[in-house]
Design a protein around this ligand. Structure first.
Ligand SMILES: *Cc1c(COP(=O)(O)O)cnc(C)c1O
Length: 385
């Protein structure tokens, strides 16, 4: 076999980390919007907001251009400003901490729970100080954060809550509330690897009409709903989501149950296939009535394993994998700006050093899961732990 032929064969066989489910319904929805002539600020935005808020049991929702934009506007709506502190998880995608910085507030980290990998309410409570304005728990990897505990802390200290639910569409709490439906501004993201995608996009769900009005205005250059075209009564941004994106989102909502079920099926296959590998830690099973909305399948390698070597060995046999996530406080920008160092949040640092995301998407076949499991097992055996 020639080199180019080999490369072609390999590209075909590669199991990617993620792959969105989009089809004729999304294509039709996009074409309809294109033909309508109204590509933005049109009826699809309102419809997507209505359907999405109903889906997570929230009275209201605001479509925005990304999860990050949603976090920014939600923190502003919660009253976070210069000099305030926002308590959040160091084990997250960097956007959840950055959003506080956009308002010259300070993200204050607290360590995570070793089982759920979510912000530990006790650690968060201990981090509350005189400048604390808000709690920003992240439902990491789709596992519900302990909201009843955060709600108690918030009410004891008079704090706002903003939830980063960007990874948690489809998750629900023990009392049956879907994540995003507890009334605090909760932010979802629709990047292509999320449970639901619009390419890029986001949504804030909430229950306060005044906050909804503020976010709707600030996403659109600070224009009030009843104002003239070029009249603006406050500072705003362009964080709008187009009708094209919203049309894709509406089509995705229609297939959401099927996509979530398919993700849960793949997670179940992984659990069976990986259970026998010694020292490998799998995502925690649902406990106490909390239900994960499956987003990624992240395992923790045994201590001492060369993770980069594992990534390379898997790549060599056509399997994508990725260290996921990094500890935010140890990123160079955060170290330099805030003087963070190793040892501050030991649970987070241990988890971040060992976690590896495996290929995970709704259309993944049993054979592909078996191939990943078999190769991962073989690599770990070779590296001799
Ligand atoms: C995806 C994600 C976001 C938002 O990402 P965008 O790319 O801005 O949509 C925020 N927080 C977490 C934890 C995420 O996984």
């Amino acid at each position: 076999m020639g080199a180019s032929q080999g490369a072609a064969r390999q590209a075909e066989d590669v199991i990617p980390l993620a792959r969105p489910v989009v089809g004729e319904e999304e294509e039709r929805a996009v074409i309809e919007v294109l033909r309508s002539g109204q590509l933005s600020l049109g009826p699809r935005v309102v419809e997507f907001e209505r359907l999405f808020s109903a889906r997570v049991g929230a009275p209201l929702a605001c479509a925005v251009s990304s999860g990050t934009a949603g976090l920014h506007l939600a923190l502003r709506a919660a009253g976070v400003g210069e000099g305030d502190e926002v308590i959040t998880s160091p084990f997250s995608f960097v956007a959840s901490a950055n959003a506080a910085l956009y308002e010259r507030a300070r993200p204050v980290f607290a360590d995570i729970d070793p089982i759920t990998l979510n912000l530990d309410p006790r650690a968060a409570g201990a981090a509350v100080g005189g400048r604390t304005r808000a709690l920003l728990p992240v439902h990491i990897f789709g596992y519900p954060a302990d909201m009843p505990a955060f709600e108690r802390i918030a009410s004891d200290h008079g704090l706002a809550i903003v939830e980063d639910a960007c990874e948690a569409l489809g998750a629900s709490h023990a009392d049956g509330t879907p994540v995003g439906g507890r009334g605090h501004p909760s932010v979802f993201g629709f990047y292509a690897n999320k449970q639901l995608t619009t390419g890029e996009g986001g949504m804030v769900t909430l229950d306060d009409p005044a906050q909804k009005q503020l976010i709707d205005s600030e996403r659109n250059q600070g224009r009030a709903l009843d104002m003239g075209w070029l009249d603006h009564d406050r500072l705003g941004f362009n964080y709008r989501l187009s009708d094209i994106a919203c049309a894709i989102g509406i089509a995705q909502l229609e297939r959401l149950d099927g996509m979530l079920a398919a993700r849960a099926r793949v997670a179940g296959l992984y659990r069976e296939a990986l259970e026998g590998i010694e020292g490998l830690e799998l995502p925690c099973p649902d406990r106490g009535g909390d239900t994960r909305g499956w987003f990624v399948f992240v395992v923790q390698l045994p201590r001492g394993v060369d993770r980069d070597g594992v990534v390379r060995a898997l790549a060599a046999v056509g399997i994508q994998s990725k260290p996921y996530l990094s500890a935010i406080h140890l990123m160079s920008f955060y170290r330099e700006r805030f003087g963070h160092r190793e040892g501050e949040f030991p649970v987070c640092e241990d988890v971040a050093a060992r976690s590896l995301a495996l290929p995970f998407f709704p259309a993944m076949s049993e054979g592909q899961v078996a191939r990943v499991a078999q190769q991962l097992g073989a690599v770990l055996e070779r590296t001799g732990t």
